[in-house]
Each structure stands twice: as structure tokens, then as C-alpha cells.
Design a protein around this ligand. Structure first.
Ligand SMILES: Nc1ncnc2c1ncn2[C@@H]1O[C@H](COP(=O)(O)OP(=O)(O)O)[C@@H](O)[C@H]1O
Ligand code: SF4
Ligand SMILES: [Mg+2]
Length: 324
């Protein structure tokens, strides 16, 4: 029986903006079990990073309104104090970003930055450096020993991402949130980073929330997938089931937009139209203005999440209606 690690329960996030409240995340429900890889896919602006940042308590602060629950190991961490959250962040939940340079300190070597995280465990310096070297080897850093003495700007994008993963590994978190970790990298390096994430999960049973534009990555590594559109999770469930039997028109369009027949190396291509900016919450399907199947009901009533089978859920008025 798989054990639940993270549950998002009716999570909604609005940003206060000049022209009102922007609905960036709306009523998201999902579960990530221990050791499971949950991929979140969707075009830019669909609210993926907002979900990730809310779990880490890293939203800008000041202009967001959050409702719903973020339950980590049975506890609603939205109710945790700043101090408790700091303890969870990094140690139990780690995060890597698209651009590691934003998280690395330019004036310290990457080795000493990694050691700093380890020294928090009150180990002596020699032991910390031994661990750094081992971690750099674990993430297949070329010339690992030499590289520990490098500054972030001396490394390639792929090497910097390896440093970030090594830093995460040093804390051995139960949940790793990876927000488009390979988007800025070329395909070969992307494959290598993916391999490291896979090993991480096998070795340490780390659960991973993988936010990506790349369906190929999803097929390679994920157990479950959630497709986000305009702040909502329009379809979610077992990866194989959704690849075989996509139900939501948006999921289908995303899959059709993949380069001919290849679900591998499937970076998301564009589909016609743009993601709407929702500043006024009203009934209706958020995808209606781009959906080839839209009917009147779609513009007037919000489709509820409906269970297709097992963990497969979808929000669409078409479900169960043969004559739609
Ligand atoms: N701090 C913010 N203040 C106002 N709007 C924001 C802020 N951060 C993100 N947004 C808006 O929220 C929506 C979702 O953004 P984001 O979560 O970054 O999407 P994604 O990661 O899927 O590209 C977008 O319309 C974006 O412009
Ligand atoms: S509810 Fe209607 S508009 Fe929305 S995805 Fe389904 S068919 Fe398309
Ligand atoms: Mg993002």
C-alpha cells in the first residue's frame, strides 16, 4: 500500500494585481505518495510555479491570497509557524529551479556552498568535504574533485544543476520539487540530469514533483501526471493511462502537438490561442475559448472533476455524454 506524503486539498491562489485578483491556481486537488514521481505539465502561465512555491512557502508575500490545505505527512503546513516551515524547507522538502544561478552564491565555491549545508548537521570539516566529494560523484559531476573548487560562473548550466541536486541530496529530502529543472539545458544533458533524478528516487525513495514542458521526461520518469490549464488541474492520474487514454481536449491537443509520433523528446509545442488571464471568477470552463468541442454549457457551467477510473480524474462536460 503506498503511503501518502503530500496532499493538496482545494488549493487556490489569487494574486492581487492592478486590475483586480488574478486567479493563478484554482481548486487544485492531488496526492503524491512516498517515492512517487508526479509530473505537472501545462503551458507557460498555467500556475505550475505558483503551486510549487506555495508548498515551499516561497510566494512573494504581500499580494497573494491562499485558500485550501497543503498537507505534508498528515499535517496542514499552511498552519505551520515560520520556524517550523524553515525546518521543513530544505530538510524534508527540497526544491530545484530552472536557473540554478539564482540559488547559488556567486562569491563562494560550489564545494563550500554544498559543505555549508552538510555542516548544519554538526559534522567536522573533513567529514563534510568527504561527503561533498561523494555527492559530486553521485551526481556524476565531471572531474568532481576539481569542480568542488569552482565558482558557479565557471560551470556550465548542466554542472550547476548537478550542484543544486547534490545540495538537495545532502539534506536527503522526502519530497523534491523540481521546477523545469532541464528546460535551459540541451537534450543530452537533460537526459543525464533525468538519469540522476531517477537514481535518486530509486536509492532514497524520494518523491518528486516534476514540473516540465517535456512530455518525453514524463514518459521516462513519472508515475502520475497532472495537466494544468489556466490555474486548474484539468486532468490527472496514472501516466500510462493518460498517455493511452487522454480524455480532456487540452490534454489531447498537447499530445497531438508533439513532434510527429514521438512522445520521447516531446518538448511542448504551441497550440493555437493563449492561456486566458482570469481576473473574474465566473462559471464556465476556462478552456472554452480554445476548445474545438465547446458547447453553450461550457461557457456557462463549471465542469466538476469526474472520476474516470482509479486515480484518473478529468474536468470536462463531455465526460459520460455520448452525444456531446
Ligand atoms: N507575484 C505575482 N504577482 C502577480 N501575478 C503573478 C505573480 N507570479 C505569477 N503571476 C501570474 O500568475 C500566473 C501563473 O504563473 P506561474 O505560476 O508562474 O505559471 P507557470 O509556472 O505555469 O508558467 C501567470 O498569469 C503569472 O503572470
Ligand atoms: S468542458 Fe467544454 S470547453 Fe471545456 S474542455 Fe470540455 S468540451 Fe471543451
Ligand atoms: Mg513556471
Amino acid at each position: 500500500m503506498s503511503e501518502e506524503l503530500l496532499r493538496l486539498n482545494h488549493l487556490s491562489i489569487d494574486y492581487k494585481v492592478k486590475d483586480g485578483y488574478l486567479s493563478a491556481v484554482n481548486d487544485i486537488n492531488c496526492v503524491i505518495n512516498k517515492g512517487e514521481v508526479f509530473a505537472i505539465v501545462g503551458e507557460s502561465g498555467c500556475g505550475k510555479s505558483t503551486v510549487a512555491h506555495s508548498i515551499m512557502n516561497l510566494l512573494p508575500g504581500g499580494n497573494e491570497i491562499i485558500t485550501g490545505e497543503i498537507i505534508f505527512k498528515g499535517k496542514n503546513i499552511r498552519e505551520s509557524s515560520q520556524k517550523e516551515m524553515e525546518a521543513i524547507r530544505g530538510k524534508e522538502i527540497g526544491m530545484i529551479f530552472q536557473n540554478p544561478l539564482d540559488s547559488l552564491n556567486p562569491v563562494y565555491t560550489v564545494g563550500s556552498q554544498t559543505a555549508e549545508a552538510i555542516l548544519l548537521d554538526k559534522v567536522d570539516k573533513t567529514e563534510a568535504w568527504n561527503r561533498v566529494l561523494k555527492l559530486f560523484k553521485d551526481v556524476k559531476m565531471p572531474d568532481a574533485e576539481e569542480r568542488t573548487k569552482s565558482f558557479p560562473h565557471e560551470l556550465s548550466g548542466g554542472m550547476r544543476q548537478r550542484v543544486m541536486i547534490a545540495m538537495m541530496l545532502s539534506r536527503n529530502p522526502e519530497l523534491l520539487i523540481a521546477d523545469e529543472p532541464t528546460t535551459a539545458l540541451d537534450v543530452t544533458i537533460e537526459a543525464q540530469i533525468l538519469e540522476i533524478l531517477k537514481q535518486l528516487r530509486e536509492q532514497f525513495n524520494t518523491a518528486i514533483m516534476l514540473i516540465t514542458h517535456n512530455f518525453g521526461l514524463v514518459a521516462e520518469i513519472a508515475d502520475k501526471i497532472g495537466i494544468m490549464y489556466a490555474g486548474e488541474m484539468v486532468e490527472s492520474g496514472d501516466v500510462f493511462e493518460i498517455f493511452e487514454n487522454p480524455v480532456h481536449p487540452y490534454t489531447k491537443l498537447l499530445m497531438q502537438a508533439l513532434p510527429s509520433g514521438t512522445k520521447k523528446d516531446g518538448r511542448l509545442q504551441t497550440i493555437e490561442g493563449t492561456v486566458p488571464r482570469i481576473t473574474e471568477k465566473k462559471p464556465g470552463c476556462r478552456f472554452a475559448n480554445r476548445c474545438p468541442y465547446a458547447k453553450e454549457i461550457c461557457f456557462n457551467e463549471t465542469p466538476e472533476a469526474t472520476n474516470i477510473s482509479g486515480s484518473h480524474f478529468c474536468r470536462c462536460h463531455m465526460i459520460g455524454k455520448e452525444d456531446f
